[in-house]
Every structure is written in C-alpha cells, then in structure tokens.
Design a binder for this molecule. Structure first.
Ligand code: ADP
Ligand code: MG
Length: 277
C-alpha cells in the first residue's frame, strides 16, 4: 500500500528563550503510515508523541529530517495549506476544541473557514454528525453533553473538513470507559471508510486494535510492528513504563498458573472465544 505519511530521520528541538540548551524532543525518528491504515503511537509522558503529531500537521517544522504527507514536504511554507486539508487533528480536551454554543454550528466551523458553499456545508455537517452518531444532538448545546459526546462532536468537526487522515492525540484520555469505547468505535468506523488514522494513546487495548504500533521513548522509536508482535514483548514494554492490553495480561497470568493459553490473544473477545471453544 502507498504511504500516506513518511517520516524520515525526523529531529525536533524546542529552543529555550534565554539562549539555553535546546531540548531535543524527537531524535531521529523514521516510520511510515500506509494510506488507509490505522497506526497507534504509544509511549510514556514526555516521550515526544505530541511533538511528533504537531510535526505532521505543520504546527511545528522539523529541526532536521523530513515529514511527507501525501508526498508533500511539510517544511515548505507553500505546502502548509495542502497538508492541513489532508490531515485533521483531534486533541485530548474536547472543551478546548469546541467553539460554538450549538453542536451543528460547531461542526460547520471548519468548512465555513474553508469558504465552502452553504449547501455543501449542510450536507457535510449532517453526514459527519451521523457518522459519529450525534445527529440527534445537532441543535443541542455542547456544554450539556458528556465528555465522550463532546469528543465525538470534535471528531465530526474534523470529519466535516473531509481530510484523508486524522491524527488523534490522546482523544480518550479525559473520558470515562463508556466515552472511550464510543470514541474508539467512531475512530475504527472512520478508518473502515478509508480515512488514515494515527492514534496516540495511553490505552493498550486501543493500540491493540491498530494495524501497526510505534513505541516512543525519550524521543526515539523503540519498537515498531503489528500489535501481536509488540505485545509479545511485555518485559521490554514494562522497562519503558508501558503495559499490555488486559487480555494479554490475563493470558500471561493464566499461563503462569499452567493453563494452555496461546500467546497473541489481544482482546477480551479473542480470549473469551478461546476459553469457550
Ligand atoms: P508526549 O506527548 O509524549 O507527552 P511531548 O511531545 O509533549 O511528549 O513532549 C516531549 C518533550 O518535549 C518533553 O520533554 C516536553 O517537556 C518537551 N516539550 C513539549 N512541549 C514543549 C514546549 N512547547 N517547549 C519546550 N519543551 C516542550
Ligand atoms: Mg502528549
């Protein structure tokens, strides 16, 4: 599959104002995100995940190395507009992303700024709200909604821009388990429709559902591979202060107690299927 995002030897340094040493937040990172795929990025706080996300969307420009989005070099000012049309971002806190007092106005905000025709905006807003299962709430005030609902409104706002890719920076971190489940199912649905997804998350059960996981630590990529490969390396993950999905943890405990549980069962569903076979 063609690559949608190509990160090549990316280095990013934050420059301190008083002439102090620059802080190297990303140190020679390379990986590729195939078009239409679902990539998860995990890593403890401060490992450089958000900095990486911002380099993809031209919010930050590489200190050295390159980021290509759909073949466009993100370091060229003339590409910023094109890149941002292709890649939307969704952040952790829905309250910081919602700008209007009515749900549908909020979703329309992005396309309005693109200068899109009102009839087309109407279509996009309705379709985006339907996609996140919030159409019935279109006339409501966002501040009255739950965290998960608000985050789905923020996602609808991104979808209404019709991007080819959405970068989610810990979109479920502030949500309760129900809200997390709702948001993840929306993300998977968008991916199934062909949107390339890059999901930064602290939740291993979310990462387990990706096609590829990139493990960051101190600004470098420590591991990269399919969830089944990554979560076999529980000890290495532990050394990076990372865990494994609950089903993998359970499998490990059951094996310790002598049960014959195959490695590589990643989800509770897979575990249940195995145990009840
Ligand atoms: P993560 O998202 O994985 O928690 P970040 O990308 O936010 O990591 O941060 C990576 C490193 O860069 C951290 O050491 C953090 O303190 C530093 N950092 C992040 N943002 C800034 C900033 N605006 N100015 C200076 N240093 C920053
Ligand atoms: Mg972050």
């Amino acid at each position: 599959m063609a690559d949608f995002i190509r990160i090549e030897n990316l280095v990013f340094e934050y420059v301190k104002s008083e002439g102090g040493q620059p802080l190297r937040a990303i140190d020679d990172v390379s990986f590729r995100v195939p078009k239409g795929s679902f990539t998860a990025v995990i890593g403890q706080n401060g490992s450089g995940k958000s900095t990486l996300a911002k380099n993809i969307n031209c919010l930050l420009v590489p200190t050295s190395g390159k980021v290509f989005v759909d073949g466009l070099d993100t370091s060229l000012p003339e590409n910023i507009w094109e890149v941002r049309q292709r890649v939307a971002m969704v952040f952790q806190n829905p309250d910081n992303q919602i700008v209007s007092s009515i749900v549908e106005d909020d979703v329309a905000f992005g396309p309005e700024n693109l200068g899109i025709d009102p009839a087309e905006i109407r279509k996009r807003v309705d379709s985006a709200l339907t996609g996140v299962e919030m159409y019935d709430y279109r006339k409501k005030a966002p501040h009255l909604l739950s965290g998960g609902q608000k985050q789905r409104i923020a996602i609808a706002g991104a979808v209404a821009m019709e991007p080819e890719c959405i970068v989610f920076d810990e979109p479920t971190a502030m949500l309760d388990p129900k809200g997390r489940g709702e948001v993840l199912s929306v993300i998977k649905k968008l991916n199934a429709k062909g949107i390339t997804v890059l999901l930064i998350t602290h939740f291993m059960e979310e990462a387990a559902q990706a096609d590829q996981i990139v493990v960051m630590h101190d600004g470098v990529v420590k591991m990269k591979g399919a969830p089944r490969e990554i979560f076999l390396r529980a000890q290495e993950l532990k050394e990076l202060n990372l865990g494994v999905p609950p089903a993998v943890e359970l499998g490990m405990k059951l094996r310790e107690r002598g049960m014959e549980i195959p490695e590589g069962l990643l989800t509770i569903d897979e575990m249940v299927k195995h145990l009840c076979r």
